[in-house]
Ligand binder design. Structure first.
Ligand SMILES: [Zn+2]
Ligand SMILES: [Zn+2]
Length: 217
């Protein structure tokens, strides 16, 4: 277990800010999009899949744009524009993706990057459960920021009950209590009477709270 790449990634991520699963999944998605940008976009199968899916979802389309994948997007999305032109010419209904909040689970599922994300999420959560049984990992995880609430919920869904669930709950409790105290300090120091007290790491705790409640950016 300790020698697997995923265990090591999880272990290392515990030293960084925010939910470890969010961070690893976001890294995974960046790698997937890089791969698409440099290689996959010319692959006939992938191109067909993207055409059927009517592109990446809103979030991943604009992530690619920020990554400078302009030519790749031009090629892939031209397929979709051409299809649409054809449908309009033939008097057929035109399909599009819903955006943001309106994006249904099914719509997200058709985005290749979202699918890669869901797979990575399942893989890392599976490894996390097993890693928690290692004392070394448990201690390290207890000093991290813990999991965002959504990943904690997913990780707690016990398909296989085991000691890991008690470990997960105990570690998450420690992480959240620490954050709770820091938030209390941040709020207290905003009071003018305590404004001159030295500022510590608690001053950025609002950011960690945002990531834990809403998921990392
Ligand atoms: Zn998360
Ligand atoms: Zn997506």
């Amino acid at each position: 277990m300790r020698n697997t790449q995923e265990y090591k990634s999880l272990y290392d991520m515990c030293a960084r800010d925010g939910c470890v699963i969010c961070r690893l999944v976001l890294e995974n998605t960046s790698r997937y999009l890089e791969h698409w940008k440099y290689e996959l976009f010319t692959d006939v199968g992938v191109r067909q899949e993207l055409r059927r899916a009517r592109g990446f979802c809103h979030r991943h389309t604009w992530q690619l744009a920020r990554m400078g994948a302009s030519l790749q997007l031009a090629q892939a999305y031209r397929d979709i524009i051409s299809d649409t032109v054809e449908r309009l010419q033939q008097g057929e209904a035109v399909m599009g993706r819903f955006r943001r909040l309106k994006e249904t689970k099914r719509e997200q599922g058709s985005c290749p990057a979202c699918r890669s994300e869901v797979k990575a999420e399942e893989r890392y959560i599976h490894t996390l459960r097993r890693a928690l049984l290692e004392e070394e990992f448990y201690e390290r995880f207890s000093t991290s920021h813990g999991l965002c609430l959504e990943h904690f919920r997913q990780a707690s869904e016990a398909k296989v009950a085991g000691d890991w669930l008690a470990k997960l709950r105990a570690a998450q409790l420690l992480c959240l209590q620490r954050l709770d105290e820091q938030l209390g300090e941040l709020i207290r120091k905003h009071d003018y009477r305590f404004r001159d007290e030295p500022h510590g790491p608690e001053m950025v705790s609002w950011k960690y709270a945002a990531g834990i409640v809403a998921g990392e950016e």
